[in-house]
Design a protein around this ligand. Sequence first.
Ligand SMILES: NC(=O)c1ccc[n+]([C@@H]2O[C@H](COP(=O)([O-])OP(=O)(O)OC[C@H]3O[C@@H](n4cnc5c(N)ncnc54)[C@H](O)[C@@H]3O)[C@@H](O)[C@H]2O)c1
Ligand SMILES: Nc1ncnc2c1ncn2[C@@H]1O[C@H](COP(=O)(O)OP(=O)(O)OP(=O)(O)O)[C@@H](O)[C@H]1O
Length: 497
Amino acid sequence: MAPSKVNSAGDASVSCSQPENGFLNSLSLLSSEKAVQELLQQSPLQSTDDHLIEFSDAMRTVAKALRRAAEGKASAQAEAAEWKRKYELERARNLHLEHKEQSHRENNGDDEGQRTWAAHQMSNLNRVVPNKFARKASFKLSWWCKGDQSDQHKHDIVSFERGNITTAERSSKQISLKWESQPQTVIILTKPNSTSVRILCAEMIRWLREQKKLDIYVEPRVRAELLTESSYYNFVHTWKDETEIMLLHTKVDLVVTLGGDGTVLWAASMFKGSVPPVVPFSLGSLGFMTPFHSERYREYLDSILKGPISITLRHRLQCHVIREAAKNEYETEGPILVLNEVTIDRGISSYLTNLECYCDNSFVTCVQGDGLILSTTSGSTAYSLAAGGSMVHPQVPGILFTPICPHSLSFRPLILPEHVTLRVQVPFNSRSHAWASFDGKDRKRLAAGDALVCSMAPWPVPTACQVDSTSDFLNSIHDGLHWNLRKTQSFDGPRDT
Ligand SMILES: NC(=O)c1ccc[n+]([C@@H]2O[C@H](COP(=O)([O-])OP(=O)(O)OC[C@H]3O[C@@H](n4cnc5c(N)ncnc54)[C@H](O)[C@@H]3O)[C@@H](O)[C@H]2O)c1
Ligand SMILES: Nc1ncnc2c1ncn2[C@@H]1O[C@H](COP(=O)(O)OP(=O)(O)OP(=O)(O)O)[C@@H](O)[C@H]1O
């Protein structure tokens, strides 16, 4: 970098060569600042000459700017190093988990090996549950497709035998649930402040108790409402605190939701780990994930309690907010599971969001616009659709990467494979904070340097199908969204001859 020069007209100019990465070299900056200071000391500052006073002021400003640039770069380098350290810690932890899973599979033989790591984790949790809850009904999930009688499903969809690469096995076959023992406990979750829901809920509880002899759980709010109607509902169970909610999956055989899609999202959010099968009854205006009509609840529940039933395994995303201020990974907040999507947007800020996105080790892009939606395939018909994302069958494993109002003409949405980990980071030079929301709820502020890390969760939400996964999906896009509805052209008129 060349030292500062004073030209014949007395103007100060600082010329500097531009290194490849666009940053000024901090050492050269510091040495040029020193040169400027030396020049200032040599200058006759006491001189009454106005030009020289102006010149020395200008030099001071230049010196200050150079110092700031050098400091800024040093701090950015330190921050980058800290982020790299955090990222490596996280990768090391993931690798460790993978190894553990691998050795767990190897130690337990082939059959056990087909169980997921998640199932292993959940069984650890189950061990602490007292015996009185051990009467949960067992069921068997099997792969079902037309003409295929086999229960077997190879987990490896790609075969490499003898150098021939084939993908004979498909991952998205219909899943069927068959009860191995009679379901005994049902939890009913309801949309609040709705008279029709309250009436249906009371009627359904009475029917399930008297005709099906089932134990019933409801939320504390609902139990209180039922008891104000009649003391008959004294047998209905509820829970007291978060700890009891955490154990619900060990007691409950079936979850019934009465409401719209929001109630299905609410039900999913109550289960931080494994989720019992969910039967969603439609009492909302759209009901994309609620294929069961409430008027025919007796008929539907009768057949579901007998089984077998078709299931849609709806994948969830697990999200971690990593705070820049956290000293190590253990200080990050616990995972948040979403069934639809996590959205990172500009909140009330009037500035563009500036979000750096990484997929595993690769830089994806920088989102400048209103924000970004990371969606499951179940969520593809919700906010992501409104932002221009594709509609994807819920059984397709993948993560949708959909920008919200990007300030660029060429930013098309992406669909990424289910095994990737995404990191969305608010850069240090961002003009504003960003906000993350989870299935449209729980907004969290992301300050400069904070990041959101998101990957597929090991605990999907099994929802009962009215017909089967594909028919239900197509019915929803036809009935709910009026997809591709157009009057058919009449036969008369011009045509190819
Ligand atoms: N511009 C938008 O379309 C927009 C904006 C904000 C939030 N949302 C969606 O709302 C969801 C929260 O739902 P809520 O019921 O708690 O809020 P809400 O009561 O505001 O309802 C939002 C609407 O989205 C529909 N919806 C929810 N999940 C869906 C899905 N998977 N497929 C098709 N439609 C779906 C609901 O039926 C409802 O009509 C968020 O997860 C987000 O996807 C959409
Ligand atoms: N049990 C619950 N407790 C608290 N909030 C709930 C519960 N069930 C649903 N909600 C919330 O109530 C809101 C509305 O629920 P839902 O979407 O089911 O009904 P809706 O708006 O009438 O349906 P639609 O969107 O189809 O018209 C959602 O934001 C949801 O999160």
